[in-house]
Design a protein around this ligand. Structure first.
Ligand code: GLN
Length: 239
């Protein structure tokens, strides 16, 4: 088997080891003899058809160019979403998966509306480890590290990825963390996210393969002892 992975704007958006998410996806595919066909998409380039897209986080000023470039390909991305492609957006990238991000100063940055969500800058910066619980994973705990001032609000069919037990998540008020609509996932969790959450990594790989092969996929089990010691070391810790 094989999956194609498009990494959106890695030069602009790559914070707190976001690239670790790509390495995790790649290794977990290779360990199972699944071919990993990876490409980077840079500013001004056409986005190719992929089974899974990834975008990392970054600062407001880096989001400006990405917002402009990605907005031009909004219709293509929406059609990919509706065909079942998997998307994972972290923090600044997640914000641009919604309708817009309004920074504290300056113009609204338009997003591609893969998620029915919007983000406005708040006065406070949320920094620290996060523990959250998701209803589609067993065990259900997701861990990561957040650093953002944007406050994200979800609407209609876009549901939370998880609910925070430690940390702030989307907006520090409603306990929600991240978002999901169809196979589009967004989260504030850097850290990196997937190395510490192997179950979530496998969930995304499975969805991408199921989209591609239009069949039920059951992945071979791996030995995740090291991954779980990293995961467990931050469960319940705020900083
Ligand atoms: N501009 C965003 C914020 O501070 C994104 C930060 C990030 O990606 N870590 O809200």
């Amino acid at each position: 088997m094989k999956i194609s992975v498009g990494h959106l704007y890695p030069k602009q958006l790559n914070l707190y080891g976001d690239l670790g998410n790509i390495i995790t996806l790649k290794k977990r595919c290779e360990w199972r003899d699944i071919e990993f066909d990876y490409c980077e998409i840079n500013l001004g380039e056409d986005i190719p058809e992929s089974d899974l897209y990834f975008i990392g986080g970054g600062q407001d000023k880096e989001q400006i160019d990405v917002s402009k470039a990605m907005y031009l390909q909004k219709d293509f991305l929406l059609s990919q979403r509706d065909k079942g492609a998997v998307f994972l957006g972290i923090c600044g990238g997640y914000q641009l998966f919604g309708h817009y991000y309004q920074p504290f100063e300056g113009e609204k940055l338009l997003g591609v509306s893969l998620l029915d969500a919007y983000t406005v800058a708040g006065k406070k910066r949320f920094i620290g480890n996060v523990t959250a619980k998701s209803d589609f994973l067993t065990p259900d705990t997701i861990v990561g590290f957040e650093n953002h001032s944007g406050l994200t609000y979800l609407q209609n069919e876009t549901k939370p990825l998880a609910f925070v037990t430690v940390g702030n998540g989307n907006n520090g008020k409603d306990k929600t963390e991240g978002a999901r609509y169809k196979n589009v996932f967004g989260t504030y969790l850097h850290g990196s996210l997937l190395p510490k959450n192997p179950l979530l990594a496998d969930y995304l790989i499975t969805l991408a393969l199921e989209k591609k092969y239009q069949d039920k996929i059951v992945l071979k089990k791996l030995n995740d002892e090291i991954e779980y010691s990293a995961h467990n070391s931050v469960v319940g810790k705020a900083y």
